[in-house]
Design a binder for this molecule. Structure first.
Ligand code: ADP
Ligand code: MG
Length: 743
C-alpha cells in the first residue's frame, strides 16, 4: 500500500528538527533539519513484510511462505528453520534482542512473553539463535489466562502457535525492540483459548461458502474469498495529571462520579473541528509509530464529544485488520503517555457525554480483489451482489441475538441504548434505493426476472446512485454504506475479533442456505439460474425483512415498533450472553466449524466472569472513593459551614440583625446529602455482598445487573449533588469542566 504520490503524502507529516525527550530522535527523523523523509521511506520498516521476505529468504522458501499467507496453504514445517533464521537476522540488525509470541487471550487485549535470542553453546559462549520450533510454537504459562473453566490450573499448559497470515513485527522499546510473532493460543487438548483462532475459522467458513456463489455465477478464477474489515477507533484524551488524580479512571477506565458541566457537547462545536496543536502533535507521533509498524492509518478527526477523537486505517483482511486494531490501541496508549496525556478507550468514560465505539466496516472480497458487496455494473454482477447482500441481511436477522451477545460487556452496557450511539436492538439500514429494490423483488415484480427486467428496474444504476445517495444514518447499529456494511455497535475498548467471528459465521451459514435453495430451484424445478436466484431472494427477503429499518434508531417509536416485529432488545450483558449458549447458535458454530461445544461454554463462562469482576471492581472503587475522598471533603466543608454559622450567631449579639439563615440552609442541604451518600453507600455494599453469595454464574451476573448496578447510580446522584455544593478548592477530584475543556 505504497502512497502513489510521494510528495503529497509526506506533506502532512511535520517532524521536529531536533530530538527531544518528548520527540525522541530516530533514524527516520532527521535531527539536522535536513530533508524530510517521505512516508513511503519508513512505512512498514518494523514489519517482516513481503518485500523483506523476498529479500531475506531463499526463493523456494519465500514462495512457500507467500502461498501460506496469500492462499491459506498449510504450513510446511520444513521452512520454519529458514524463516526463523531470517527473522532473527532481520530483527537483530534492527537492535532487537528478544522475541515474543503475540496473542489475543480472551481478556480482550493482547499478551506477550519475551524470550531473548540468547543461547549458550557447548563452551558456554553466548550465541544468538532463533530456532524453527521457537517460531512455530511457544509455551507461555497459560494458567492465569481466562479459560472459562476449560482447564483447571494443574493442567494449565497451553501453547501459542505462529499465525503466518499476519506479519511479524518489531515493537520498539526504550532500549531495543521486541520481535513480535502474531500467534494463536490453544489448549493442550486443542481447544482455542483465544479470540484469533475462531476468527480464522470463521474466515475460512466465509471463503468456502462464498466461493460456491462465485462458482454458481461462473467464476472459476477466484480461489479464495477474504473477509475484510476497516475499524474506526474512537477514544478520549485527557491530561495525565487529571487522570492520576482520579482513582476511578485509573482503576475502571471511567468516571464513577462527576457532575455534568454547564457546557457539555450541546453546541456540537467539537465534531470535525480544527485539531488543537497538543492533540495533533500526539496524533502525528502515534501515526508515525503506526506507519513504521505497517498500519496504514488514514483518517483522523475530532469526534462529537469534547476531547473525543477518531483514527481509522485502510481496511485489511479480517485477522490482519484485527491485529492492527490491537496495535492501534496499544500505540495510542503508549504515545499518549509520552505526551503527558491519558488515553481513554472505555465506552463511556464520562456520564452524560457521548461514548466511544468502534465502527467495524465489513465486506468480502475474492482473491482477484473484487469487493463482493460492490453493486455490479452488469445485471449478472448485480444478481451476485444481491445474493451476498440478502445473505448478510438474513444473517443479522437470524443471529441478531448472537451479534448482540458478541458486543456485550460491562463497559459497552453504558453506551448501547443510552440515547446515543446504537441501541441494543439489532437492525439494518439499507437506504432507500436498495430497500426499494428488495421490496420489488419481494413483491414478485421481478418474478420472471430476466437480465432485461433487472435492467428495467434500474439495478444497473445502483452503483452510481448508491455511492452518493446512502444518506448517513448514524443511528443504525448495522448500516450498508455503499459497498460494505458498518457494524457500529462494537465497543471502543473491545477486540473486534469475536464480533467478526460471529458475523462471518452467520453470513457463511446464510450463504450456504441461499445456495442450497438456488440449487434446489434449478435441479427440482428446472429453473434458469436467474429465475432460481430471484425466487430464492424473494423467499429470504420476506423471511428477514423485519430486521430492515431506515428510521431513527434512537427514537421511542422504534423500540415499540421493534417489539412489534419481535426483534430482541436486550439491554444488558448478563441477559444478552444467554444467546451464546442458545441451541440454534451453538448449532451454527458447530455447523460452520467455528467453535466446539467446549469452547462455546468456556467463552460463556469467561464473559460472565469478566462482567461480574468488572462491576465488582467498580463497586469497590466507588465505595472506597466515597469513604476516603468524598465524605472527608464534604465533612471538611461541613465544618467550615458550622464555624461560619457559629460565627454569625456570635455576631448576632454584637450586631443584631445579621442573618445566619442562608448558611444554615446550606449546612442543612449539605448534611442531608452526606446522609444520603452514607445510606446509598451502605445499600450498595450490602447488595454487592449478596451478589457474591449467588452460586450460579449467570444468576450472579443477572443479580449484579438487576440489583447492584442501579445502586451505583443511586449512590452517584447525591455525590454529584455534593460536587456542585462543596467548595471547589476542597473537592478532591478533577471535575468534568476541567478535564474536558482544556485542549
Ligand atoms: P466513512 O465515510 O464511513 O468514514 P470510509 O470510506 O472512510 O467511510 O471508510 C471507513 C472505513 O471502512 C475505513 O477503514 C475503510 O478502509 C473501510 N473500508 C472501505 N472499504 C472497505 C471494504 N471493502 N471492506 C472493509 N472495510 C472497508
Ligand atoms: Mg464510517
Amino acid at each position: 500500500m505504497k502512497p502513489k504520490n510521494r510528495s503529497t503524502n509526506c506533506e502532512g507529516i511535520v517532524m521536529p528538527t531536533k530530538g527531544t525527550a518528548e520527540h525522541p530522535e530516530t533514524p527516520d527523523r532527521p535531527s539536522n533539519g535536513a530533508a524530510f523523509l517521505p512516508m513511503s521511506a519508513y512505512f512498514g520498516i518494523n514489519t517482516f513484510n513481503d518485500q523483506v521476505m523476498r529479500e531475506k529468504l531463499p526463493k523456494d522458501v519465500y514462495i512457500k511462505l507467500r502461498d501460506i499467507i496469500r492462499k491459506g496453504a498449510k504450513l510446511d514445517p520444513t521452512i520454519s528453520n529458514t524463516v526463523a533464521h531470517a527473522l532473527k537476522e532481520w530483527a537483530t540488525g534492527r537492535g532487537v534482542t528478544h522475541f515474543s509470541h503475540w496473542f489475543q487471550p480472551q481478556t480482550g487485549s493482547t499478551a506477550e512473553k519475551h524470550d531473548a535470542f540468547l543461547e549458550l553453546d557447548e563452551e558456554g559462549n553466548v550465541i544468538e539463535r532463533f530456532r524453527g520450533e521457537q517460531l512455530v510454537q511457544g509455551e507461555p504459562d497459560a494458567s492465569s489466562f481466562p479459560s472459562g473453566g476449560m482447564r483447571s490450573t494443574f493442567e494449565a499448559r497451553g501453547y501459542t502457535m505462529w499465525d503466518p497470515s499476519s506479519p511479524a513485527f518489531i515493537m520498539e522499546g526504550p532500549k531495543g525492540g521486541i520481535l513480535c510473532i502474531p500467534s494463536l493460543f490453544i489448549s493442550y487438548t486443542g481447544e482455542a483459548l483465544d479470540n484469533k483462532t475462531p476468527l480464522l475459522r470463521s474466515m475460512a467458513a466465509v471463503s468456502k461458502s462464498a466461493l460456491k456463489v462465485l462458482r454458481l455465477f461462473g467464476n472459476d478464477k477466484a480461489c479464495r474469498v477474504m473477509t475484510t474489515i476497516g475499524t474506526e477507533q474512537e477514544y478520549f484524551l485527557i491530561d495525565k495529571d487529571f487522570f492520576l488524580q482520579r482513582p476511578d479512571l485509573q482503576i475502571t477506565g471511567r468516571t464513577l462520579v462527576g457532575a455534568l458541566p454547564p457546557k457539555g457537547q450541546q453546541l456540537e462545536d467539537h465534531y470535525f473541528g480544527s485539531i488543537k496543536e497538543r492533540v495533533l502533535s500526539f496524533m502525528q507521533d502515534a501515526e508515525h509509530e503506526l506507519y513504521k509498524l505497517g498500519v496504514p492509518a488514514k483518517t483522523r478527526h475530532n469526534e462529537v464529544a469534547p476531547h473525543q477523537f477518531e483514527i481509522a486505517p485502510i481496511y485489511a483482511e479480517a485477522n490482519v485488520g484485527a491485529d492492527r486494531n490491537h496495535l492501534i490501541m496499544e500505540i495510542l496508549k503508549k504515545v499518549a503517555n509520552r505526551h503527558g496525556l491519558a488515553l481513554l478507550l472505555h465506552e463511556k468514560p464520562f456520564a452524560g457525554i457521548n461514548g466511544s465505539g468502534k465502527h467495524n466496516n465489513w465486506s468480502m472480497a475474492d482473491s482477484e480483489g473484487n469487493n463482493l458487496l460492490e453493486p455490479g455494473k452488469t445485471p449478472e454482477q448485480n444478481l451476485q451482489f444481491l445474493v451476498f447482500l440478502v445473505a448478510t441481511i438474513k444473517a443479522v436477522h437470524d443471529y441478531g441475538d448472537l451479534l448482540r451477545a458478541s458486543i456485550a460487556s460491562a463497559s459497552n452496557d453504558h453506551r448501547l441504548g443510552a440515547n446515543e450511539a446504537p441501541p441494543a436492538i439489532m437492525s439494518i439500514f439499507l437506504g432507500e434505493q436498495l430497500t426499494h429494490i428488495l421490496e420489488a423483488i419481494r413483491d414478485g415484480k421481478m418474478a420472471k426476472a430476466t437480465a432485461k427486467s433487472i435492467i428495467d428496474l434500474g439495478i444497473h444504476n445502483v452503483p452510481a446512485i448508491l455511492r452518493d445517495a446512502t444518506d448517513r444514518n448514524r443511528t443504525s447499529p448495522f448500516a450498508f454504506t455503499g459497498n460494505k456494511f458498518e457494524f457500529r455497535a462494537i465497543g471502543s475498548s473491545a477486540s473486534v475479533s469475536y464480533s467478526n467471528t460471529v458475523l462471518s459465521a452467520a453470513v457463511a451459514d446464510s450463504i450456504d442456505i441461499l445456495v442450497a435453495d438456488i440449487e434446489a430451484e434449478i435441479s427440482k424445478k428446472g429453473r434458469e439460474l436467474n429465475v432460481a436466484v430471484m425466487e430464492t431472494l424473494r423467499k429470504h427477503i420476506k423471511a428477514s425483512e423485519a430486521i430492515l429499518f431506515n428510521g431513527n434508531n434512537y427514537s421511542r417509536e422504534w423500540e415499540t415498533e421493534a417489539a412489534r416485529r419481535g426483534l430482541p432488545n436486550v439491554k444488558n450483558t448478563p441477559y444478552a450472553l444467554d444467546a451464546l449458549i442458545a441451541e440454534k447458535n451453538v448449532s451454527l458454530f458447530l455447523r460452520q466449524n467455528v467453535a466446539s461445544k467446549v469452547e462455546i461454554d468456556s467463552r460463556f463462562h469467561t464473559k460472565l466472569e469478566q462482567y461480574i469482576k468488572n462491576v465488582e471492581i467498580e463497586t469497590d472503587t466507588l465505595l472506597n472513593m466515597v469513604d476516603t475522598l468524598i465524605i472527608p471533603a464534604a465533612v471538611t466543608y461541613q465544618n467550615k459551614l458550622i464555624q461560619a454559622v457559629k460565627g454569625l450567631k456570635d455576631l448576632e449579639t454584637l450586631l443584631p440583625g445579621v442573618p445566619a439563615g442562608s448558611q444554615v440552609g446550606r449546612l442543612k442541604a449539605l448534611t442531608g446529602l452526606i446522609e444520603s451518600v452514607e445510606k446509598a453507600s451502605r445499600n450498595l455494599a450490602e447488595a454487592a455482598a449478596k451478589a457474591e453469595a449467588v452460586e450460579d454464574l449467570s444468576g450472579r451476573a443477572k443479580f449484579v445487573v438487576d440489583k447492584v448496578v442501579p445502586l451505583m447510580d443511586e449512590l452517584r446522584k447525591p455525590v454529584d449533588q455534593l460536587e456542585v455544593l462543596v467548595e471547589d478548592a476542597l473537592w478532591p477530584l478533577p471535575k468534568y469542566s476541567k478535564m474536558l475543556f482544556i485542549m
